[in-house]
Design a binder for this molecule. Sequence first.
Ligand code: ATP
Ligand code: MG
Length: 396
Amino acid sequence: MDPVTNPYAPGAGTPPPELAGRDELRETIRIALARVRAGRPTKSVLMVGLRGVGKTVLLDRMREDAEASGIHTIRVEAPESRSLPAILAPQLRQALLRLSRIAKATEFAQRALRGLAGFAKALKMKYQDIEVGLDFEPEPGLADNGDLEHDLQALLEVTGSAAKAAGTALAIFVDELQYVEEEELAALITALHRAAQRSLPVVLVGAGLPQLPGRMGRAKSYAERLFDFPQVGALSAAAARIAIAKPASDQGVEVTEDALQRIVQETHRYPYFLQEWGKHAWDATKASPIALHDVELASQAAIAALDESFFRVRFDRLTPLEKRYLRAMAELGPGPHRSGDISDQLDREVTSLGPTRSQLIAKGMIWSPSHGDTAFTVPLFDEFMRRIMPGNDWKQ
Ligand SMILES: Nc1ncnc2c1ncn2[C@@H]1O[C@H](COP(=O)(O)OP(=O)(O)OP(=O)(O)O)[C@@H](O)[C@H]1O
Ligand SMILES: [Mg+2]
């Protein structure tokens, strides 16, 4: 069928034609944000899940939901190399400028902008990547100690007061939160904790890889009580079918029962894979309905596309030893695996591979579900590793 009208959307953060199976989570966030706005005790929410399960698109949709209900939002993505204050400051400024245009909140928002000016100036020494427009002179003593934990707390407090005066809440959406340094995470946790204690309407909605709860717990031991960590994973079978069937039927195209079943089976119900299979099945089909033999043709093309993009970008960032480590894991199956079993595969001591394992964790390729266990953060990565490094050469 015409590739121009192909509705499926494989990609990173590309909104799917149908956001299937996430209504419950969206409702959880809707309730949390409405509660925080009303000054009721509410936990911040951090969604955790593997690569490609749809965390980013969910975060974006939640943000749209929030904005539609009158909640003020900011949205940042934590990159591997920039500091949290640097990515937050410009967004906070925008939010405060918006709040300052609401008559009841003008004074509070301007005070918060003074706080932001002090914050940026005082922290510039330590976080040289902070770049933010300054609209007001700093107020001496307000968020300008030069200590992130203290200053972020003060800044979120004045920001929360501005949101409260405006009758709204500020929801801070942060993607890829696992990349934030532990010291900066600790400051963020403390600041949110303080705002919650003072019933100020500031809340964090975050997303990250499965190592995130552990990192938060190490940053501040009470983090686990302060946050909810809902899992974002593969879709249910019913939702996976909707993700494929609905976009097609919206264009008058049917998908046969056995074709649907095959797609559900091949993708293991992972959202990214569903989009990839949907796209290739559409392209392989001559005319409605999309049938089993179309899916069989599509499977090869979908796997090839995954190997060229989704898996490949991750593989290309690895050193030769990191590749061998992951290949050894793949030899053992999907995982999780014991560190000892992995090093046995390479005929090495566990301790000599410790640094490699740590680097792979820092790159977000693997994580540790429990002490001494290692698992992939990318679904079906074991199959990919066996395809891309076939044979036994990697053992040497
Ligand atoms: N609920 C869903 N139903 C159907 N497709 C979805 C759903 N959620 C996400 N997708 C699709 O899955 C793909 C991956 O989504 P997204 O980039 O949000 O994942 P992610 O979890 O943020 O991945 P990463 O950890 O690599 O950033 C996109 O192509 C998106 O359109
Ligand atoms: Mg993402």
